[in-house]
Design a protein. Structure first.
Length: 51
């Protein structure tokens, strides 16, 4: 397991750490950000406890 520090406003960032637990095919590249970066939008993202 690898700990990845992250401070971006990404849906996978939680308390300064990346919580992405799987890798998928890459369909876009962000040279300035992580390839898996998805902007956090509080209205569209459900909390982890509501699953």
């Amino acid at each position: 397991m690898v700990n990845i520090n992250c401070t971006e406003d990404c849906i996978y960032q939680d308390s300064g750490r990346c919580t992405l637990d799987h890798i998928t095919a890459v369909n876009k590249l962000h040279p300035e950000k992580c390839t898996y970066y998805i902007k956090k939008d509080s209205q569209k993202v459900k909390s982890k406890t509501s699953r």
